[in-house]
Design a protein around this ligand. Structure first.
Ligand code: SF4
Length: 256
């Protein structure tokens, strides 16, 4: 099994429920959509090239390895970093990790065998691929994509199906919604309502909703102001009381 991998490194998680936790990031290549604000343009295409692998946890002392690569090479890189510093978990990120759906289950199984918890960081658009990796996952961080923010036209029904599948599989899940200055308030209300309604259909922990103010990057040059974030959180709290606002803290501290 070979995987297209962009980088493997140790860092402080800067977003959502695990903010501040130390994680090993495995960034897989390929994504099925193109968000205006995407800060990982080099991971969007599944192309052969060089993957950078950190040798010492947190030092950014990269060594280039040919990608695609065998799953075992990725597991060895994770093992090396995990041996140096205690990590909370591995973040499987991208790109969109489920885009390599044929080989990702093998990676998740291997990571679980190492004894590490795995967090899937996903755009929440490929529900059909989720069940194949679910067994080895500890957490799912699912994005909610709004056309007025990302410039894509992700189907609301698909995102709902993804969230339902997560909860149906019993996965600890939270939802992250990036907020841009031109956010459509109807789209926003529908998205929050969907989360609240789906959450109400399942027993167990209610998925938290994280509103993440957009960090300007690429085609998105403006961040939302504090007044807008206050208004949106107030609106969301009336529908879904488990709503927090967290910006990208790794960027605030100048971390990769
Ligand atoms: S889903 Fe993520 S990786 Fe894909 S384009 Fe959007 S921000 Fe970039």
């Amino acid at each position: 099994m070979t995987l297209f991998v962009s980088e493997v490194f140790s860092a402080i998680q800067g977003e959502a429920a695990l903010v501040g936790e130390r994680q090993i990031f495995v960034r897989l290549m390929g994504c099925n959509i193109r968000c205006h604000y995407c800060d990982q343009p080099e991971a969007l295409e599944k192309t052969a090239g060089t993957c950078r692998m950190e040798q010492t946890a947190g030092r950014r002392d990269w060594v280039g390895i040919a990608s695609p690569m065998d799953t075992e090479v990725v597991l060895e890189a994770v093992r090396r970093l995990a041996d140096q510093v205690p990590h909370h978990s591995v973040s499987l990120t991208g790109g969109e990790p489920l885009f390599q759906r044929r080989v990702v289950p093998d990676l998740v199984t291997g990571l679980a065998r190492l004894g590490t918890r795995v967090m899937l960081e996903t755009n929440g658009t490929l529900p059909g691929a989720l069940a194949e990796v679910a067994e080895g996952l500890s957490f799912v961080s699912m994005d909610l994509k709004l056309p007025s923010v990302d410039g894509e036209s992700v189907s609301e029904a698909t995102q709902e199906e993804f969230l339902r599948t997560c909860l149906d599989l019993g996965l600890t899940t939270w939802v992250k919604l990036v907020v841009g200055p031109a956010i459509d308030r109807m789209e926003f209300a529908r998205a929050v309502t969907m989360v609240a309604e789906v959450a109400g259909c399942f027993p167990g922990p209610v998925p938290e909703l994280f509103l993440q103010p957009l960090t300007p990057f690429a085609l998105a040059s403006e961040a939302p102001g504090p007044d807008l974030m206050l208004e949106l959180q107030a609106e969301a709290l009336r529908l879904h009381p488990r709503t927090r606002v967290i910006p990208q803290t790794h960027k605030a501290i100048g971390q990769l």
